[in-house]
Design a binder for this molecule. Sequence first.
Ligand SMILES: [Zn+2]
Length: 219
Amino acid sequence: MPTSDNGLARLFADAERPETPPARPPARIGPNAIIQTGEALSALDGPGAARLIFEAAGLGRYIGVVPTTMIDEREPVALFAAVQATLPPAEADRVLADAGHRTGHYILENRIPPIARQILPKLPPGLSSRLLVSAIARHAWTFAGSGSFEGRVTGWTRPVVTLAIAANPLATAGCPWHGAVFQRLFASLCGNVGSVRHSQCCARGDGFCVTQLSLAPIP
Ligand SMILES: [Zn+2]
């Protein structure tokens, strides 16, 4: 009979070991997809609307108790759908864009090293955008979940950044959330963002969500 904690843990592990391998667990995504959507809803439409929409998405447990670890990506999918089902289309897009802006800010503050935040804005945008693409690729789980992220930059004086997410789980028509995440990051670190285009979208039947940002030189 094991007497140590480890021994007891082993005992439970053996007892709980399934006879067949478990099904593949649901994909995970960073909690900011939930947290910042709650912040945006409260700021733009009031805490009452936020509560209503979280409850409609089956996420009432997060009201006042935000998630602090990776979450099942089906949760923000349900939340984005509830935002769209509850609010008029333009207001839903405004909320999702604001949530994306806040998520981009979070990534900027917490996932981009301070030294990179200091140096990137001082570099020509053709170079800083290439460095930023490779930096955010390492944290793609925060905005892509189970989707597969790829980014590339063409041109040097007026670079065009192309960011693609295959099978984007969080796609909503035109993807205002993703557009705002990327705009916040590139505008902060790589100079002026002249335009943001979402040329392909999984929510409209495409295999990829493709966001293109045109950067102008820093004046
Ligand atoms: Zn899209």
